[in-house]
Ligand binder design. Structure first.
Ligand SMILES: Cc1cc2nc3c(=O)[nH]c(=O)nc-3n(C[C@H](O)[C@H](O)[C@H](O)COP(=O)(O)O)c2cc1C
Length: 407
């Protein structure tokens, strides 16, 4: 922690009383600590105590008083630049909602927005268990996690309400340990840093006529998680995506396409220049042979739709890639049949395939979790447990990183 600039954001939760102790622990480790306190936070911990233990003024209001000499009028921006990491503990339901919405009405919310994308943000939600499990809090947490924040869930134990259950903020020692771990991970330069990575994601739409199409249930969540994780490791990521309802991960260049043919054309432009091609899109295998411009009338009792094969984008890349390039694919299988995935790995000459077991509730399309088995062409097979798509993406990238260091 020596020399690290850490901002601690404190919100109006009862656990705020523990934060002066966290500040002391960080200072003992040699970190420079500044505190941003919300209005709610002032009700639970004193500004004077925090200023004393941090040795710095406590930051609360965006608008500085006009009567102070040598006032830094742009500190709402400079604080975000100064910080190496932001820790928000305790994070209230209210502040989680503000951060998710992008509101900027106090110093903490402004610092959150002005922090550079690559800098770690650790959020420790702490609140009554019912509040924590409410759909709005869970939705906001998922959004912040999707933006790259590290969310450390509260623990179970005695709560201020007198109840016992989920909602307790971890102790200052545990918060420090989480921060050290996150800083350690981000500082270890990834072998993906500076590499050009192309990720395809989402479904494709294959036009039947002017108003209808063939598609599938892919939400794009897995591909977006992979793109986000690669960008976090310093890769130069291009994300080619079919129609999805997802925000572009920070630092990622996004290309929107609709059909398999459009995805193929967009991807082909990167075949020579990219280092790693990750095909996470659910590209339609077939498209209508002769799509109509207008709307097909429902005159006939029956109709036949003639389909033709779409290009296999990943296989095309893989079969022409040079020795330094890696081709990574996903294989979604309805049954727990890993042999089909192995066959795809071999016939498409991929370097690694993520066998993706399909289950309506826990894995595959639309859901937020996935169960992957990573099969490498060099023989290693790694079965992952059920993970969030974010965590599964991190594990996939760990495996790709290992490949990069071996080749
Ligand atoms: C005694 C008391 C304890 C509270 N504890 C929490 C808490 O642990 N977590 C939480 O999310 N809100 C808690 N609240 C509600 C917040 O203080 C309130 O939503 C406030 O607006 C938060 O403001 P802030 O997010 O700007 O700090 C508590 C309120 C009171 C009166």
């Amino acid at each position: 922690m020596r020399g690290k600039n850490i901002i601690i954001g404190i919100c109006g939760g009862i656990a705020a009383y523990k934060i002066p102790q966290l500040v002391r622990l960080l200072k003992k480790r040699g970190a420079n600590v500044r505190v941003a306190l919300t209005d709610g936070g002032t009700r639970f911990v004193s500004e004077l105590a925090l200023a004393t233990v941090s040795g710095e003024p406590v930051y609360r209001k965006i608008f500085p008083p006009m009567d102070t000499e040598n006032m830094d009028y742009t500190r709402h921006i400079t604080l975000g630049e100064w910080a190496d990491a932001l820790v928000i503990a305790p994070a209230t339901a209210n502040t989680l909602a503000k951060l998710t919405a992008g509101l900027c009405d106090d110093m903490l919310s402004v610092i959150f927005i002005t922090l550079r994308p690559a800098k770690p943000v650790l959020i420790f939600p702490a609140m009554d268990g019912q509040m924590f499990l409410s759909p709005s809090v869970q939705r906001n947490i998922a959004t912040l996690a999707a933006q790259g924040c590290t969310i450390i869930n509260p623990e179970s134990g005695e709560l201020a309400s007198g109840l016992c259950g989920l909602g307790r903020m971890p102790e200052p020692e545990a918060i420090l340990a989480s921060l050290e771990e996150v800083l350690h991970t981000t500082e270890n330069i990834s072998p993906l840093s500076g590499k050009s990575v192309v990720v395809t994601a989402g479904p494709t739409r294959e036009k039947i006529d002017g108003v209808r199409f063939i598609s599938n249930y892919s939400s794009g969540k897995m591909g977006f998680a992979v793109a986000r994780a690669a960008a976090k490791r310093g890769a130069l990521v291009t994300l080619i995506t079919g129609p999805v309802h997802l925000d572009t991960p920070p630092g990622v260049k996004r290309i929107d396409v609709e059909s398999a043919a459009e995805m193929h054309d967009a991807a082909q432009k990167f075949f020579r220049s990219c280092s790693i091609f990750i095909g996470a899109a659910a590209v339609a295998d077939y498209r209508p042979a002769a799509p109509c411009e207008g709307k097909i009338k429902k005159d006939a009792q029956e109709m036949e739709l003639s389909l033709v094969r779409n290009p296999d984008i990943l296989a095309e890349f893989s079969l022409q890639k040079s020795s330094g390039q890696l081709a990574i694919g996903f294989a979604l299988e309805m049954e727990s049949d890993i042999d089909n995935a192995r066959k795809k790995l071999e016939t498409k000459k991929l370097d690694l395939i993520a066998f993706n077991f399909f289950d309506h509730k826990t894995a595959g399309f639309e859901v937020d979790t996935n169960i992957l088995t990573l099969i490498e062409n060099q023989g290693t097979t790694t079965e992952l447990p059920q993970l969030t798509k974010e965590s599964a993406a991190e594990r996939l990238l760990d495996a790709i990183e290992q490949r990069c260091t071996r080749t």
